[in-house]
Design a protein around this ligand. Structure first.
Ligand SMILES: Nc1ncnc2c1ncn2[C@@H]1O[C@H](COP(=O)(O)OP(=O)(O)OP(=O)(O)O)[C@@H](O)[C@H]1O
Length: 582
């Protein structure tokens, strides 16, 4: 049952925060019911307070990520959005009481001083979480950064700070902080162990924002960190981008780590009775016992990775299943990721070198996902590896022979790419030894009831919900939608619907639990007084245009951005704004 509004009030966000015109703020309770919403948010939604209060957040903003925050109990990464042409930072965090998540807050803050403060907080959390903040961030030209040990001696100072002081690293490392900056408050932090929250200072005529924190290991203060961020918003923005990049990179490695060595799907999990689907499945089952290179094609979300994992598992190979997402890694990292590197190969290379994915997959399978996004230069290198079956680490001279099965996948039309010389023809033929093409969901609508059953069971377990049925009308609606995002989209829609239904304590999914399919998710084209506001119409048109182009390019973001004549990052921010991610 939901908590009463009164008990929820204990955790009320301060009035000042709620009435802040620079910040849109919404607070939900542990069931996702909106308990507070401020004026700025209401204006942004073009809604009245009584239209949204006590409603579930997904009914008001169908793509809200607050239910995820409630489920995980964790704040999610910082997000940048453009709202009404102003840059904003989005943060979402859980409200925790007695170790229980009792609600969540979503804040959209316009990028000004308040935004910078949040940014600093984020930096602190990242340090805590990852022990140290990444080199890229610390060396940012907008950030002053210094670390001292427990005696107050400097152990690290970033380039920006050194530059500001006109000193070299050798002049400061090992010196006491007060010898270098006589007014530093870091000794106080070392003494008291207190965290100095946000403080503002003027350094060389520029406003800066400062935080200081002790470094605590096993309950003892072992040092302290001081950081200042220049309060120039264009620069803060760049820092945010860096922060996001770092978070993305960390997430990439986390995901890789999770995926590494782990193939959990089996052929039995591949649901479908459609003749084309079952034919592809039985072909894959036969191929599992061979060593041939396989190319899996199909639209995004059709289950290409599921097939690759099932092939690996059935093949009974001893080695691991190692996935590489060729689209997610920048070109300069891809080579060392795939082939590894030797010690000293480049600045920052780890001592002793590092094996690449091909080496890690020894005796198992390497799954090259999104191969169509692999840069041409790397395609040449990959081709020679596939031909010679030997690799060379970056900066190394010894060829290493590799025994690994290669499965590649792509949702792009590789033949078209070959014709346009965007994909090497010889590599294409090398990969296309055996081809498995997974049909899109709209071409196998008869599988929808089976998939719905299968996916609902999993989602109910995952959400600890009990919505086991679906009405005929709702099922009929699902069978009449054309599923540009395929099974993944079906899964996401079912999850949202189950969330909504369990909130209303319904045991059966009905049409109204799929607001994004019934069109309720779009802002009204005509306002209550019968007139269309220009802003609403423009937004509606923009959303539709982006959605259509995404569908027509098979969710290829680079191509969509190109066709719409906008930058890829602008496309991403608009997709976020309209909740168009799958
Ligand atoms: N036949 C199926 N049976 C059960 N679940 C499926 C099936 N196909 C896809 N799914 C679901 O869809 C999700 C997406 O599948 P997968 O990641 O393999 O797609 P993909 O084609 O590799 O997508 P992308 O091209 O975007 O990487 C899976 O997590 C799984 O839950």
């Amino acid at each position: 049952m939901s908590k009463s509004v009164d008990s929820f009030n204990l955790y009320k966000v301060s009035e000042a925060m709620l009435d802040n015109p620079f910040m849109a703020c919404v607070v939900v309770d542990e069931h996702g019911i909106i308990r507070f919403i401020n004026q700025a948010y209401l204006e942004w939604l073009h809604k009245d307070r009584n239209e949204v209060m006590e409603k579930h957040i997904l009914e008001v903003t169908p793509h809200s990520k607050l239910p995820e925050v409630l489920r995980s109990g964790k704040s999610d990464p910082l997000d940048l959005w453009t709202v009404n042409d102003r840059e904003t930072i989005i943060t979402r965090y859980p409200l925790i009481k007695d170790e229980q998540t009792i609600g969540a807050v979503g804040q959209t803050i316009f990028l000004d001083k308040a935004g910078a403060k949040i940014l600093m907080k984020k930096l602190q959390t990242m340090e805590k979480e990852y022990e140290t903040v990444s080199e890229v961030l610390v060396q940012s030209p907008y950030l002053i950064y210094v670390i001292v040990d427990k005696a107050g001696s400097i152990t690290f100072m970033n380039q920006t700070y050194l530059h500001l002081l006109g000193m070299k690293k050798e002049d400061v490392v090992g010196k006491h902080i007060l010898d270098i900056t006589p007014h530093s408050k870091l000794p106080e932090v070392l003494r008291t162990g207190d965290i100095h929250e946000i403080d503002t200072w003027t350094v060389n005529g520029r406003d800066t924002i400062i935080t200081r924190t002790p470094i605590i290991k096993d309950g003892e203060i072992t040092g302290a960190v001081g950081r200042s961020l220049f309060l120039d918003m264009s620069q803060a923005k760049m820092l945010i981008n860096k922060l996001q990049e770092t978070a993305k990179e960390l997430n990439y490695y986390r995901e890789e780590f999770r995926q590494l060595y782990q193939a959990r799907w089996q052929f039995d999990d591949l649901i479908g009775v459609n003749p084309e689907f079952t034919m592809v499945k039985s072909m894959a089952q036969q191929l599992a016992h061979t060593r041939s290179t396989i190319l899996i094609t199909g639209e995004s979300g059709t289950g290409k990775e599921l097939f690759a994992q099932s092939i690996h598992n059935q093949g009974g190979q001893e080695g691991p299943f190692v996935r590489v997402n060729c689209a997610a890694l920048p070109e300069n990292l891809l080579e060392s990721e795939l082939f590894g590197y030797e010690e000293g190969a480049f600045t920052g290379a780890k001592k002793g070198g590092k094996p690449g994915k091909f080496e890690l997959a020894k005796g198992g399978t390497i799954f090259l996902d999104e191969i169509g996004d692999m840069p041409i230069g790397m395609q040449t290198k990959l081709l020679s590896v596939l031909q010679e079956r030997v690799i060379e680490r970056v900066g190394g001279t010894n060829p290493i022979s590799i025994k690994v099965r290669v499965i590649a996948a792509s949702n792009r039309d590789l033949e078209k790419m070959v014709a346009k010389q965007e994909f090497r023809e010889d590599l294409y033929y090398r990969l296309n030894v055996v081809r498995l093409h997974i049909p899109p969901l709209r071409e196998r609508m008869e599988d929808i009831p089976l998939l719905v059953n299968y996916l609902m069971a999993g989602i109910n377990t995952h959400l600890n919900a009990n919505v086991m049925h679906i009405s005929n009308e709702a099922l009929h609606m699902l069978q009449n939608y054309n599923w540009p995002g395929n099974v993944r989209e079906l899964q996401n829609l079912l999850e949202r619907a189950i969330n909504l239904a369990s909130l209303k304590q319904a045991a059966c999914l009905e049409v109204q639990h799929f607001p994004s399919l019934t069109g309720e998710a779009l802002p009204p084209a005509v306002s209550e007084n019968g007139r269309t506001t220009l802003n609403d119409s423009v937004q509606r048109l923009e959303k539709e245009l982006i959605e259509q182009t995404l569908k027509s390019t098979n969710y290829n973001k680079s191509q969509t951005a190109k066709e719409l004549g906008i930058n890829k990052s602008v496309l991403y921010s608009k997709m976020r704004k309209y909740g168009l991610f799958d």
